[in-house]
Ligand binder design. Structure first.
Ligand SMILES: *Cc1c(COP(=O)(O)O)cnc(C)c1O
Length: 813
């Protein structure tokens, strides 16, 4: 064992050496960014040692491996989490102190790897973190986008999107592996041809070839020696490209055109959570990374000398939402066309290997591709899907006596479209939802007929978050307080957080919790002063809603309630309310008009309210620019109230709710997604639940018996705030909030904002009352932290490993 002192000296030496090698500079000359890059280089070298060992172990011991395919990995920063996982954080802090440098300043230099939109991408990042922490042989497979999710600026109260050039200083954690390149084929003609031996063989001709180059990112386990791999694919021109020779003008033009098209493939992340435009390119992205990923897995598998017939026993592949669903057909192609396998055997292996997670029941988000587009882009894959579907429908007809309803509901090809969710369900042995209520709705509504057809295939795996990033990393003082109380056992076994229950009424403990919360609120107030030039009172209630801006998440309801509160305060300036800071953050998809108007409205109301001296700072409204993982790490620890107010049945799980809970905030929410399980865990005294239940919402949709005008006509407070959107209340606004007004009324309030308004306002009164009883509030806060262990992604991943993937932890020596 290396002693701490020795390790510290080695770190300092290596850091100095890195500064020399990378920048030709002495430490005193380094810029902050150069310091960041030098330290990353040192840590990268340490990581590589265990990475090589882990890979060798996996190779020698032929452990079953799982590959998590996701079109998004919203990683955020990695240096801090790597230091924590390697147990280097403290020693590094000390080393830098001795060098007269501040580690936190250096950590702040790292750009976020924003290769995802929101919850789905962040989930994938938490999952690979947990796999490594648990010592599971599990890897990620995705896309190396040149530009991550756009950077959001607020200009004149509007969202403006700036390209996220996150690679401009290089990405410290990636390893380019040109020797592991893969060819991916698009377009051309595919057909079956009889061979000499009489068997049919698929021929694919005149295709466009794209080279996929992997960039590997090591994923460091928590205080073990496991280092797994996140493989991100980059699209490049094929190897013949540089073979110039004598080309006509047209040939040169074609070549340039080809190059341009190839470079487009991995250039941008689609900045949309749930509905897609520029659709063909998106399909290209999907097939590109899935084909590259699967080909490289099969190639590596065969190189190990293992037999393809045993593939499903040794490899598990997970499809995160429908974006990688084309993998079902691609694995069939590889097994049949490249490995000469018979259909039946290939199908058994494919279904045995694949598992699928559904992430949403929003109908506009279920991916479908026009058959014409699909067929011309992926002719051989389309043939395979036709055959999968033919065999499926033959069986459906036989089992259900030609029942047309069943055929329509199950057919992968329907109404001129390829239904990707259906392909994923048919081609997988497991389909899971992401919270109990979501999985139940999948079975009873969205995929009811599939559940009848495939009994037992559907199951639930409630989402989780890595407590290492969201508590140990984001709130180290709170983590240290917890360590003092219940030891560090919960780091490896987060369910041990439950041991905090016995401190929930311990004054000495809860007052420390309060003090730490207050510090985090002061930190946030300082950030708000610096970034928004706004003074907020850290003693006010910090009430936070941070997530993508979406109608179903109902930021508008939050805002209409604030407008109502402001109206009441204007009517009665003596109204005794607890000073309240309402904080919003979140990006709107660039083409999503209602979401962008919502941001404009939040900022417009904020301007009005924040500058109104007559209300004596009782209400402040803040819109935090550019919400992402790193900003979240500042916001979650500073929250008193966690706003989780989606229309019941619409939020599949939510994971922001878990990050708040783990940092001691109290949930103000609907019975939607994982809020249901959070409220069950902490009990009704320790959260505030309001509004329509999922069943009620689904019944209203089915019966059509809700009318927004009933609420409008009968609730004058609702009517007042709605009218304020259009009656000139906001001067100089050119009536633009009429779009929101019309949207709510003309869509018959599709997400029940008006319907739930009254209940929401009451819930606010209730939670503020709770807040005023300080000792009861702090008890609730501790009870929330104590029960948050269940919502660690370690628990989630243990369930996936045990029930779906059938893989075991491996101890790397
Ligand atoms: C956790 C997280 C999300 C998901 O938040 P929800 O409230 O579950 O929608 C989105 N974006 C970022 C940056 C996150 O960290």
């Amino acid at each position: 064992m290396i002693k701490d002192k020795e390790l510290k000296d080695i770190l300092k030496t290596r850091f100095t050496q890195a500064a020399h090698a990378m920048w030709g500079k002495d430490l005193t000359d380094l810029t902050k960014n150069e310091s960041y890059q030098s330290l990353s280089r040192v840590i990268r070298q340490y990581i590589s040692e265990n990475w090589v060992k882990t890979n060798k172990y996996y190779l020698d011991h032929k452990e079953k491996q799982v590959y998590y395919f996701s079109i998004e990995f919203l990683l955020g920063r990695l240096l801090n989490s790597n230091l924590i996982n390697m147990n280097f954080k403290q020693i590094c802090e000390e080393a830098f102190k001795e060098l007269n440098m501040d580690l936190n300043v250096i950590l702040d230099e790292e750009p976020d790897a924003g290769l995802g939109n929101g919850g789905l991408g962040r989930l994938a990042a938490c999952f690979i973190d947990s796999m490594a922490a648990l010592g599971l042989p599990g890897h990620g497979c995705g896309i190396r986008y040149k530009y991550g999710l756009f950077e959001q600026k607020i200009v004149n109260n509007y969202q403006v999107e700036i390209p996220d050039n996150w690679l401009k200083e290089g990405f410290a954690w990636e390893f380019r592996k040109t020797d592991k390149a893969i060819e991916v084929r698009f377009e051309g003609n595919a057909y079956m041809e009889k061979q000499k031996n009489g068997k049919l063989k698929a021929i694919h001709k005149d295709y466009t070839s794209v080279t996929a180059i992997p960039y590997d990112v090591p994923i460091v386990g928590y205080r073990n020696k496991t280092v797994n791999t996140l493989r991100l694919w980059n699209a490049e021109v094929n190897k013949d490209f540089s073979d110039y020779g004598l080309l006509s003008h047209e040939q040169q033009q074609a070549k340039m055109h080809y190059k341009h098209n190839v470079q487009k493939i991995t250039k941008y992340l689609y900045p949309d959570d749930s509905s897609y435009e520029g659709r063909r390119l998106r399909l290209i992205q999907e097939y590109f990374f899935v084909s590259a990923g699967l080909q490289s897995i099969v190639r590596h598998y065969r190189k190990k000398g293992m037999k393809l017939v045993d593939f499903a026993d040794n490899i598990a592949i997970h499809i995160n939402d429908t974006h990688p669903a084309v993998g079902v057909a691609e694995l069939m192609r590889i097994l049949i066309d490249e490995a000469d396998m018979e259909w039946a055997e290939a199908w058994k292996i494919t279904v045995g290997t694949m598992a699928y997670t559904n992430h949403t029941i929003l109908p506009e988000a279920l991916e479908k591709w026009p058959i014409d587009m699909f067929k011309s882009l992926l002719p051989r894959i389309y043939m395979i899907i036709e055959e999968i579907n033919r065999r499926l429908l033959d069986d459906v007809r036989e089992r259900y006596d030609d029942d047309e309803h069943m055929i329509q509901e199950l057919s992968i090809l329907q109404d001129g479209q390829v239904h990707m969710a259906r392909l994923a369900v048919v081609g997988s042995h497991s389909v899971n939802g992401v919270a109990q209520i979501h999985s139940d709705i999948l079975k009873s509504h969205t995929m009811h007929d599939f559940n009848t057809y495939y009994p037992g295939k559907f199951n639930n795996k409630t989402n989780g978050i890595t407590h290492r990033r969201w508590l140990i990393g984001a709130n180290p003082e709170l983590a240290a307080l917890i360590d003092d109380a219940i030891s560090t056992k919960w780091h490896k076994r987060p369910e041990r957080l439950i041991d905090l229950l016995k401190y929930s009424k311990d004054k000495a403990f809860t007052s420390q919790v309060e003090k730490i919360k207050s510090k985090r609120k002061q930190d946030l107030a300082k950030y708000i002063k610096e970034h928004n030039n706004l003074v907020v009172d850290p003693n006010s209630i910090f009430d936070i809603q941070i997530k993508r801006i979406h109608s179903y998440k109902r930021q508008i309801m939050n805002l209409l309630h604030i407008m109502d509160l402001y109206n009441r305060l204007k009517e009665n300036p003596k109204l005794d309310i607890v000073p309240h800071t309402f904080i919003f953050g979140g990006k709107a998809a660039p083409g999503y008009h209602v979401a962008k108007e919502t941001i404009k409205l939040i900022n417009t109301v904020a301007e009005l309210v924040n500058n109104d001296k007559s209300i004596h700072n009782k209400i402040k409204i803040v819109f935090m620019e550019n919400y992402g993982v790193s900003l979240g790490e500042i916001l979650f620890p500073a929250a008193d109230i966690s706003e989780q107010i989606s229309t019941a049945s619409k939020e599949a799980s939510g994971t922001g709710n878990m990050k708040f809970m783990m940092n001691g905030a109290i949930t103000l929410g609907t019975l939607d997604g994982a809020n249901v399980e959070i409220s069950q865990a902490v009990g009704p005294e320790n959260c505030v639940i309001f509004g329509l239940r999922a069943e009620e919402v689904l019944n209203y949709y089915a019966s059509g018996s809700y009318s927004v005008w009933d609420v409008y006509n009968n609730n004058s407070r609702v009517r007042t705030v709605l009218e304020q959107l259009v009656n000139g209340y906001f001067v100089n606004e050119n009536e633009e909030f009429r779009d929101l007004y019309d949207y709510l009324l003309n869509s018959n309030d599709e997400f029940f904002v008006l319907k739930d308004f009254e209940a929401y306002a009451k819930a606010h009164l209730e939670i503020v009352k709770k807040y005023q009883n300080r000792s009861a509030w702090l008890t609730s806060s501790v009870i929330n932290i104590a029960h948050s262990g269940k919502f660690s992604s370690d628990r989630t991943i243990e369930e996936y490993a045990r029930d779906i993937w059938k893989i075991n932890p491996v101890l790397i020596p």
